[in-house]
Ligand binder design. Structure first.
Ligand code: URA
Length: 204
């Protein structure tokens, strides 16, 4: 039997959140993951970016967005004029959920219970950072903070959610762009960059 993890009290700084997160047992995903992957970035970041969950590379390295989706995100952030190193990057779910496929670990989408179990960590990061801009990448991040009924494709772009941040932007996840056929990829990438660019052009 594992000891219950302690959820972070209000006002906990990000480095302390990361320390407490390491022993989280709030859902079963920790058992098959290498480690919890905390958010990364300066605690005074004005832009916070939320993905789904760590992928294979992130799980091994313990850092968010270092695999293929992260490389695409890096390029798109640069094209949008956003500096990754001054942003805070995190995930809605902090452990990698996977199933074995031969010798590979195949990503699986976190379910509603896992998203809910991890939400206190995301809320703790959000209240500690209090970013000017919050960017939600894809359905899982949107479901966590905006509810399971939120449809990213129908509502992408800037949305009104002042309880989360003065500017909230919802867009697709970079992994979705990686899966598109070549003839759709360029247009979709441009829309993604345009969504990200709102983070620096839209004032609250
Ligand atoms: N996809 C995510 O949503 N987050 C990561 O950290 C990596 C890939």
């Amino acid at each position: 039997e594992q000891p219950a993890c302690s959820l972070p009290p209000p006002g906990t700084p990000p480095d302390e959140i990361a320390r407490l997160l390491a022993s989280c047992r709030a859902c079963p995903l920790w058992e098959r993951a290498t480690q919890a992957v905390p958010g990364e970035g300066p605690k005074n970041a004005s832009i916070m970016i939320v993905g789904e969950q760590p992928g294979d590379r992130e799980d091994l390295e313990g850092r968010p967005f270092v695999g293929p989706a992260g490389q695409l995100l890096d390029r798109a952030l640069a094209d949008a004029g956003i500096n990754r190193s001054t942003s805070y990057l995190t995930n809605a779910v902090k452990h990698f959920k996977w199933t074995a496929r031969g010798k590979h670990r195949l990503h699986q989408k976190p379910d509603a219970g896992e998203i809910d179990a991890c939400k206190p960590w995301l809320l703790a990061e959000l209240s500690s950072l209090a970013p000017r801009v919050l960017i939600l990448l894809g359905g899982t991040a949107a479901h966590s903070l905006l509810g399971p009924g939120f449809k990213v494709t129908a509502n992408r772009g800037r949305i009104d959610a002042p309880h989360l941040a003065p500017t909230v932007i919802v867009t697709v996840h970079p992994s979705y762009l990686l899966r598109l056929p070549a003839n759709q990829a360029e247009e979709a990438y441009k829309r993604f960059v345009a969504d990200l660019r709102m983070a620096i052009t839209e004032s609250p």
